[in-house]
Design a protein around this ligand. Structure first.
Ligand code: UDP
Ligand code: MG
Length: 332
């Protein structure tokens, strides 16, 4: 789903904020006061400036009223209210867009994560990591979901090459500079550590607590796995071939053309050597199909190359990420 983010708030006038805790909210009216209570008890003890950004993702229950009440009582709580339900990933993306802290922590609003783990995540960041991901080692969801999630995590880990135990855990801490540039679509919030690794960030996971839901109910079933796998294909494709799509389309096209040539040769050989009529075999059809597929794949690859140029050049984007520039300011 495309994300239309509103302009991030301008916090320049205020003191810099160290920690932004962001939480996506869809129908969590009973959980909100408890979560906010826990956070407001814990965060001040860290002795760092903080903000809590709640993103109301089009809730249909009393969540919005509850959030408004909390925000009036506690100025540290900031509220982004979506016009409709866009999904958890969009809500997390909006949280990141609006966060002004140099560290961002995302946490589920349903009390399945424990704010008490936040200090551990921060300690790990202090060790020099850029992303610390929570790992629900003792996960309290239905057995079937836990199993499917294990398989999915294994798959994601193999395909992406980023070794984490539990991508789906929302409780994660990031240095804001590594996440400010990511754009998230579909179910991709779970892939932030993967993007971050590709951008050169140091990523690690630590076990965190996990509880069964007490109020409200989960918004997802097993169908999410299909979305996650499709997203994974997109992510992998974008990583490898965003800049050179012709390698994928053209590569496939050339293979297909070769296959067409082989089938053509086989057809001729059968005719000459064994005197088998060409049309008594499926080979003419196979040849035509393979050649046509091959040519159109290569043409699609060329089209994709044009799209990539439009994408990067019209938006003055670069296809590389710079960590830091030194001594450039003076030259200006
Ligand atoms: N959520 C959201 N938008 C949605 C679905 C969920 O913001 O469309 C929030 C939800 O309120 C919760 C978090 O995302 O804070 C995780 O959702 P849920 O507990 O349903 O997922 P699960 O823990 O079962 O994976
Ligand atoms: Mg949950």
């Amino acid at each position: 789903m495309a994300i239309v983010a509103s302009a991030p708030q301008n916090e320049a006038a205020q003191a810099p904020i160290f920690l932004s805790v962001i939480t996506p909210i869809y129908n969590e009216e009973k959980n909100i006061p408890i979560l906010m209570g826990h956070l407001l008890e814990l965060l001040p003890t860290l002795q760092k400036s903080f903000e809590i950004i709640a993103v109301n993702d089009g809730s249909r229950d009393g969540s919005l009223a509850e959030l408004r009440k909390q925000a009036t009582l506690h100025p540290e709580i900031k509220l982004v209210d979506f016009r409709r339900n866009y999904g958890q990933t969009a809500a997390i993306m909006a949280g990141i867009d609006h966060a002004s802290g140099s560290v961002i922590i995302s946490i589920d609003a349903d009390l399945q994560n424990d704010p008490q783990d936040i200090p551990n995540l921060l300690a790990k960041l202090d060790e020099g990591f850029d992303v610390v991901s929570g790992w629900r080692k003792d996960r309290q969801d239905a057995a079937m979901r836990n199993f499917v999630s294990r398989v999915a995590n294994w798959l994601i880990s193999r395909i992406s090459g980023v070794r984490l135990h539990d991508y789906g855990c929302t409780l994660k801490a990031y240095r804001s500079d590594v996440v400010k540039n990511v754009r998230l679509y579909g179910e991709m919030h779970r892939f932030i550590p993967i993007y971050a690794t590709w951008m050169g960030a140091k990523v690690v996971d630590i076990p965190v607590r996990h509880y069964a839901r007490r109020h409200g109910h989960s918004n997802y079933g097993l169908e999410r796995i299909v979305k996650v796998i499709l997203d994974l294909i997109v992510v992998k494709f974008l990583d490898r071939y965003m800049v050179k799509p012709i390698y994928v389309f053209g590569g496939f096209g050339i293979l297909s053309l070769l296959f067409g040539v082989v089938s053509f040769v086989a057809m001729i050989v059968l005719k000459i050597v064994d005197n088998i009529s060409m049309i008594s075999t499926p080979l003419p059809l196979v040849t035509v199909m393979a050649v046509m597929t091959g040519i159109s794949s290569i043409l699609m690859g060329l089209l994709a190359e044009m799209l990539v140029r439009t994408y990067f050049e019209s938006q003055q984007r670069t296809n590389y990420h710079v960590r830091e520039r030194i001594n450039f300011e003076r030259a200006k």
